[in-house]
Design a protein around this ligand. Structure first.
Ligand code: SAM
Length: 276
């Protein structure tokens, strides 16, 4: 095995142990792509020297930074469109009806990356459900990566990021210009509670949830990790709540307590025998 392959094996193991994410052995180009800048910024002459250093010291913020740099953070506003349409037309209306006595809703964007997903949900609520202004709506967004969360909290996006999923009308309604970029307006930003949460660890900071967006996250885990996360989802999701996964993701074969519902525009998941 070459030194490069050995180094990548070390990094893959580190990423797996810290996040559950499985990086395939042949994707060693990911190290070149994502660690070069970090290695230089932290004073190493090459990725090899940086990795060698990681191997010799106890777990540190440098390891955390390396893991965060290697995680896939791909996202966009209203990604795939259809789940948001389903949220708007099939999910929120009945939930609003069934929660009308206590007027509380808890929605979670798990693995929210740089914030486009929770802000899309916040804009959708503001746009289509003005009646929720008088409710207690907790829109929680979490990620393992503090680097992504810092960006999410700032809510500043490039033109390119804005153009991926937002119309000019939505952009102008919910963002303002800051230099060459766009920042989400404070009223939308304040609707989202960001928190750092590693899905492998405790979820104690979460309330019971009505809607969970766990999209394009499970896909990076092995079956055992997927099962253990779905097991936690089952405990935190209210019995009549809804789970959205990414378009290529499923609970099928993983957890029989969930059933897939083929809605008008999108697939989502419920707990079997849920009361609705
Ligand atoms: C591809 S992004 C998906 C973003 C968004 N949900 C979407 O669908 O557009 C996957 C996110 O999962 C996060 N992630 C990976 N492993 C995690 C873990 N163990 N705990 C929490 N978040 C994790 C990554 O940091 C990344 O931001």
């Amino acid at each position: 095995m070459t030194q490069r392959a050995l180094d990548f094996n070390y990094l893959r193991t580190l990423v797996f142990e810290q996040s559950g994410v499985v990086l395939e052995a042949h994707k060693d180009y990911l190290a070149e792509l994502h660690l070069d800048k970090l290695a230089t910024q932290t004073g190493f002459e090459s990725i090899a020297a940086f990795t060698e250093h990681l191997k010799t010291i106890p777990l540190s913020t440098l390891h955390t930074q390396a893991v965060e740099a290697l995680l896939i953070s791909e996202t966009s506003f209203f990604r795939d469109h259809y789940p948001f349409e389903a949220l708007c037309t099939s999910i929120l209306p009945p939930l609003i009806q069934s929660r009308s006595s206590n007027r509380m809703l808890n929605i979670w964007s798990a693995g929210c990356s740089t914030g486009q997903e929770p802000y899309s949900i916040a804009m959708l609520i503001r746009e289509s459900f003005p009646e929720l202004a008088n409710w207690t709506v907790r829109l929680i967004a979490s990620d393992l990566s503090t680097r992504s969360l810092d960006r999410a909290r700032q809510g500043i996006y490039s033109n390119l990021e804005i153009n991926r999923g937002l119309t000019p009308v939505m952009r102008d309604r919910y963002f303002h210009k800051t230099g060459q970029s766009w920042q989400i307006n404070d009223d939308i930003r304040q609707m989202v509670e960001f928190q750092q949460l590693n899905l492998l660890h405790s979820w104690d900071t979460l309330p019971e949830l009505d809607v969970i967006f766990l999209r394009n996250v499970l896909i990076y885990f092995n079956s055992d990790t997927k099962q253990s996360i779905l097991n936690k989802v089952q405990r935190y999701l209210r019995e009549d709540g809804f789970l959205f996964l990414g378009s290529g993701e499923t609970t099928f074969y993983l957890d029989p307590r969930f059933e897939a519902v083929h809605g008008k525009t999108s697939l989502y998941h419920r707990l079997r025998n849920s009361s609705q």
